[in-house]
Design a protein around this ligand. Structure first.
Ligand SMILES: [Zn+2]
Ligand SMILES: [Zn+2]
Length: 149
């Protein structure tokens, strides 16, 4: 059987705002106008300051998000209470409201929606629950489509 070229799958984990570009001179995070020293719109810039870049990266860059959550929660698994000491320990960042259900809703990427779970079993159990939830939602969606609604 000839090999089909693999199409790049839709990545539901990717922060959708990565694909929205603001107008030149408008901050991609806070939407404020970026002015130069003459008080005119600085069209070469897309960020008004570093804090805005950080806010964006906390959502768009999984590494930054992981780091943020680890220090915020002091390494503690929210489910069983185990405390991990290192970033490299077997814990995972879990989205309480699973990204697979986000369908472009940016609030799913808020750091408040992210917590620490032990890789095994805490996150494994949660992922199973998420997948079951997604199956139900996908089924309902398909039914609604078939109804023409
Ligand atoms: Zn800004
Ligand atoms: Zn745990």
């Amino acid at each position: 059987m000839p090999r089909r070229q693999k199409q790049k799958a839709f990545n539901y984990r990717e922060y959708p705002a990565k694909h929205y570009m603001s107008a030149p001179g408008i901050c991609r995070w806070c939407n404020k106008e970026i002015l130069d020293h003459l008080g005119e719109l600085n069209k070469k810039k897309n960020w008004c300051n570093k804090a805005c870049v950080t806010q964006y990266l906390l959502r768009a860059d999984p590494k930054m998000m992981r780091q943020h959550v680890f220090f915020r929660d002091k390494g503690q698994c929210e489910d069983c209470g185990h405390v991990w000491r290192y970033m490299s320990d077997p814990w995972e960042a879990d989205h309480r409201l699973p990204l697979v259900m986000a369908f472009g809703d940016l609030s799913y990427w808020e750091p408040d929606n992210v917590r620490i779970l032990c890789k095994d079993p805490c996150h494994k159990v949660k992922t199973k629950e998420d997948n079951a939830l997604f199956k139900v939602a996908a089924k309902r969606y398909r039914c609604e489509e078939a109804d023409g609604g």
